[in-house]
Structures are given as C-alpha cells and as structure tokens.
Write a protein that binds this ligand. Structure first.
Ligand code: LLP
Length: 426
C-alpha cells in the first residue's frame, strides 16, 4: 500500500496533486510520500512484535536527509556502507549506537570514524578486513564490535547483479571458513564478537531462500556455541522484494513471522536480537519520478515518447532491464492510446524508462514512473552534463523541497581549467 492515488483523474502524492508539484518544482523531479515511508517502516516493527529487534534501514536505497531524519525519529537504525553514509546518518539525527557498517572495502579512516562515534557493529566481510579493524581499534584504544557477514551460498533467485549470497559473489566469508575466522576474532585483542550476519540479495520474491540462509546461520551458531563463542544478535540483511509489476513478494509481516517461527525452535532465541537491513521494501514504493513528455515521435517500427528524464536520473531500467510502471498523471483530457517506448534525452540507445507501454498521452503531459523511491536518485549521475533532479517530500497537504535541483554551475564546481587556459582561448 502506498499513498500515490488518482483523485478526480489526477494522480496525487498523499493530498497533493502531482501537477502542482511539477508547476512548483519543475521536472524531472523525485516525489516521496512521508506517510508511505512511515507505514513501510512500521510494517517491520509491528511484524516483529515483542521479539528484540532493530530495523537498520539500508541507507544506500535512498539517502536523502529527510528520509533518514524521518526514519531516525521513528526509531530506525541504519545499515551504512561508507563514511559518506555514516555522516549523512549523523547529520540527519540518527543514533550511531544503532548503526551497522557493511561493505567489502572499509578503509582505515572509515573504521576510525565509526569507532569514534560508537557504532553498534561492523559487518566484517573478510579475514584481512578483521585484521585491519583490530589494528585500527588498537591504535585508538577501542574495542570494535563485530559480526561476520557469512556467505551462506543460497540462490536468492533474483537478478544476477543484485544476488549476493552465492559462492561466486564477492560478498561475505564462505560459511565453510566462518568458524575459523570467528575463532580468530575471539582471539584478537581489539575486537569483540557481537553478531552473525548475512545478506543474500535484493528484490527477493520468495521466502525459501531467506529460510535456507537462516538454517545455515543457525547451524553455524550451534558450532560457535560448542566453542564457547556467543553472539548477541543475528542480522538477516535486507532483500525483501516489492511489487514492481506482477511480482507478489511476501509482506514484511509474513516474512518476519516465518523467520520468527523458524527461530522459535532455537534454544535461547529470545535472547537473540534480530536485525534487518531493509532498503527497497521501505523506500521503493514510497517514491515516484515525475517527468514531462517532450515529444511524441512515431517511428516505422515503434513509437517513442521522449521525456525529460533519462537514464542518468533513473538507471534501473537501463542497467537491470527493470520494469517500473509508467502512468499518466492527469487523465482528465481524452487522448488516443498507443504503444510507446518511453525514452530519455541521453545519447544512448539504452536510455529508456520503459518499453512497449500502452499510454494515452500528448506532448507536455506529465508521467509518473512508479516505485522510484529506492535506488532512484541515489544512482543518478550527471552524464551528458545533466543536473540531477529535485527531490520533494510530501506530508499530507504540504510538499517540501528536500533537495533542490542541481544548478548548471554545480556541474563544474570542483573542476579547474589548466593555468594556461585561464586568460582566455589560445
Ligand atoms: N544490506 C546489504 C549488505 C546490502 O548490500 C543491501 C543491498 C541491503 C542491505 C538492502 O537491500 P534491499 O532491502 O534494498 O533489497 N541497485 C539495485 C539494488 C542493489 C542492492 C544492493 N545491496 C537495484 O536498483 O535493484
């Protein structure tokens, strides 16, 4: 459920017509619904009920300060993968004690800052990373809480680019080596074993891979117990899918209930805090990309609807052949329906937002690309020297600009001419 609905033929974000947002802030423009973000976050906390838990929103999905600030106020923790994400969380008022740090290439300076602010846990992805963390913590006189990210070798059944829990992927420590690395962690003087972690992929639409991964983690946990290594939390990562098209992924409630049921057979489970790192399932359907039709271009084999948003603004269709719904914003005027490839202004054939879409549209019409709240703006680039779009957060009847549209001079801020060129052209 989200809060993007037609009222009297015009799509609204909560109580604000998208036509008004386009007038006020221009296009292309990302529009988020505060109520939808809050609702999706609460679906997790309610599903987990009384079991000790922490929902660490995956910042990478949408790192706008307004999104982070809202989730922080709702009690969220955060899953970060860089110093930039950590600083965003802090600026947005997030609690460092609820931050977990994932990623395969954490640098010493990133580790040091995370230790300084006192994060909850480092999700360590390799033995050399563990050794580096121990050395950094030792230099600072700190003890680093660690969780090993184990690669359970289960097939998440998702797009190969976003599947992360297979032997072939660069992520995590193979489950067969995990025991050895835990034993090393238990011996190292400046780290403390705090948890066990996995993340098997993104946009999962079935429960079984999650349950398989949990079984493998629990088997490992039994071996750790035998060796006297106890953990406080189990982090099951993110990955729950969303309905983009015809997918029917389990709701957070069903997902959490199935995991809790499996876990309930485990002795001492009530003392094990469950962590989740959802990104997409919180943010994707809480946002749309608003774009305007520039031209309709009939072709010999197909028709093109050329719009003002391109692959630089929303790369998912081009990069993963992802399908996202594209809907006209204002359906009040009668229009002829035709099939269009909806394409952007970027000089690449791969620059499309959708293919073969039946649309009743005319030039200047507004379109909403749905499910764009996650992995949308965060993956935008300045390719073709296109300023990145504005971001707007709707809250009831109010629309707040939460990131201004980039200006042309932002494009070259930080660049420099060669000294020879400064006097003019020669
Ligand atoms: N935790 C870790 C360690 C991750 O690597 C990810 C996503 C998440 C949590 C959040 O997963 P989610 O709940 O959002 O599925 N750009 C791609 C998605 C890449 C996901 C990368 N890792 C896309 O647009 O589909």
């Amino acid at each position: 459920m989200d809060h993007f609905e037609y009222r009297d033929g015009v799509m609204h974000a909560e109580d604000v017509p998208l036509t008004r947002i386009a007038e006020q802030f221009g296009t292309p423009c990302y529009v988020y619904s505060k109520a939808t973000l809050a609702r999706h976050f609460r679906a997790y906390t309610e599903a987990l009920g009384g079991h000790p838990h922490l929902i660490c929103y995956a910042v990478k999905a949408n790192s706008n300060l307004a999104v982070l600030g809202l989730l922080a106020r709702l009690g969220a923790g955060f899953d970060i993968v860089s110093l930039g994400e950590l600083e965003r969380v802090l600026v947005a008022g997030g609690d460092p004690a609820k931050v977990v740090f994932s990623g395969v290439a954490k640098q010493p300076a990133e580790m040091a800052r995370a230790l300084e602010v006192g994060i909850k846990c480092f999700n360590v992805e390799s033995r050399p990373e563990l050794e580096r963390l121990d050395a950094v913590a030792g230099r600072l006189g700190k003890i680093a809480p660690v969780s090993l990210r184990v690669n359970p070798d289960v097939d998440a059944g998702t797009h190969p680019y976003i599947s992360t829990g297979l032997k072939d992927n660069k992520f995590g420590i193979p489950v067969s080596e995990a025991l050895e690395v835990y034993e090393l962690a238990a011996r190292l003087p400046n780290v403390r074993v705090a948890g066990l972690d996995c993340h098997i992929g993104s946009q999962l639409t079935e429960l079984s891979p999650f349950l398989d991964a949990l079984d493998r983690l629990l088997a490992l946990l039994a071996q750790l117990r035998e060796r006297g290594i106890e953990i406080d939390h189990l982090d099951l990562g993110g990955g729950l899918g969303v309905p983009y098209h015809t997918e029917r992924p389990p709701a957070p409630f069903d997902y959490a209930s199935a995991l809790l049921e499996r876990l309930s057979r485990w002795e001492g489970n009530e003392r094990l805090t469950l962590l989740f790192e959802p990104g997409r399932s919180i943010a994707a359907n809480a946002g749309i990309l608003l774009t305007r039709v520039e031209f309709l271009k009939p072709g010999e084999t197909k028709n093109f609807a050329i719009v003002d948003a391109g692959m630089n603004d929303l790369i998912r269709p081009a990069l993963y052949q992802a399908w996202q719904a594209i809907l006209p914003v204002d359906t009040r005027q009668p229009r002829d329906t035709a099939s269009y490839d909806v394409v952007g202004p970027v000089c690449e054939t791969g620059d499309f937002l959708g293919k073969q879409r039946e649309l009743a549209i005319a030039p200047d019409d507004l379109l909403a690309v749905r499910s764009a709240g996650a992995y949308g703006f965060v993956m935008a680039s300045n390719y073709n020297s296109r300023p990145r779009p504005a971001e707007v957060m709707v809250d009831g009847a109010a629309a707040h600009l939460v990131r201004r549209r980039e200006r042309l001079e932002d494009l070259w801020a930080g660049e420099a001419l060669l000294p020879d060129d400064e006097g003019g052209s020669r």
